[in-house]
Design a binder for this molecule. Sequence first.
Ligand SMILES: Cc1cc2nc3c(=O)[nH]c(=O)nc-3n(C[C@H](O)[C@H](O)[C@H](O)COP(=O)(O)OP(=O)(O)OC[C@H]3O[C@@H](n4cnc5c(N)ncnc54)[C@H](O)[C@@H]3O)c2cc1C
Length: 392
Amino acid sequence: MSFWDVIVVGAGPVGAYLSRCLTERGYRVLLLDKKGKTGRRICAGVIGAEAFQRFPLPMETVLSSVRSITMVSPSGKRLRHTSRAPMAHVVDRVAFDRTILKEAVGRGVEFYNLSKVVGVERDPSGIKVVCRNGRDNEGVQHFKGAMAVFATGYNPGLLDALGLPGYPGAVVGIQSEALMEGVEEIEVYLGQRVAPGGFAWLVPMGDGRVRMGLVAQRDAKDWLFRFISSPVVSSRLVDEPGPIRAAWIPMGPISRTFGDRFLVVGEAAGQVKTTTYGGIYYGLLCAEKALNTIDKAFEKGDWGEGLLSFYHRAWWRLLGDEMEAGAHLRDMVVAMEDTDLDDLFVLLGSDGILPRLRATVRFDWHRESIRLLIGRVLKYAFETQGRVALRE
Ligand SMILES: Cc1cc2nc3c(=O)[nH]c(=O)nc-3n(C[C@H](O)[C@H](O)[C@H](O)COP(=O)(O)OP(=O)(O)OC[C@H]3O[C@@H](n4cnc5c(N)ncnc54)[C@H](O)[C@@H]3O)c2cc1C
């Protein structure tokens, strides 16, 4: 049996990019994916411009660039944020994933598709992953390496098999595409009657086609049908929406992303923005942290959980506060009645806080804006309750 330095499971953007970097550093890397054709079809494909500056991502897969986003309250009040330079890009997600994978393979990563990892065994000499091969998972194969990285996307079964704690929760992301007129910028819709526990979006792809989707905590398909037949969408539809696709998204990170001879990276580890659930950039940032720890493990010849825990601490230092602040805001918005949300839009539009918010807003980093926003909301609640108390 061949022996690999690192076995990476999952050839999404995070696993493929990590494999490429490992090969560039001289490691022997085996990359496995259960799918025959890689490239995720269920994605709004919106990736912050900062990610393209920081990582060698395929610009040729960009369909359009985002310079403005409008948020729409339950009663139709609008808040618009614009920027001169693109704040994000919308990609062809299938081409995006395949290009990253192609670059990894071009640099020497050995890639097997139709290889579904179904089990893991460890002994003092390494880690063995057990794979089912082929379209019908007919054959069983074993691969052995010094360590493994799991980048499988949302996967509660895998966490279970690795003895890791589960996700703090999950939402369903669901999406379709259609030709529409008059959708010139990203539109985000909030409210209990649009997407309970989440939000809905229209994302123009630049050629008249628009991704229409939502995340919701329950009945996502019903809510998507409602969204599509609501006047804001149906009045602008030029053709029938295409197939509907859905996937689970973790609501946040797991509390342990390492173990003896393995790391968990990307959406598999719940490394997503806890406000919008975008996971590509955070996953890549965490892959960078994984690389540093893997280097250290090989340098010391130690793949035990003590050393690999450095990875967990490193990514948490970078993203932990962001994720906690995002979850805080999300939970607050989820608990709000539609009328409260409308009031919040009025408050933001009227009391001079918007310019300050705009100054702090960054596409992938929300903590500063959240701090400002929550501070203002608390002040407002205090002031208005004070008035009520005085009247009484
Ligand atoms: C509707 C929707 C809209 C979204 N919009 C955005 C967005 O606009 N921007 C953004 O940044 N994020 C978005 N996301 C989230 C984003 O798609 C994920 O965060 C991202 O794909 C995570 O990348 P990854 O490489 O960690 O995992 P994935 O892209 O999920 O890749 C995992 C790979 O692992 C493989 N795999 C799984 N299990 C096994 C196994 N047992 N054996 C072998 N291989 C396996 C899979 O086949 C897959 O190829 C959206 C998600 C949804 C559902």
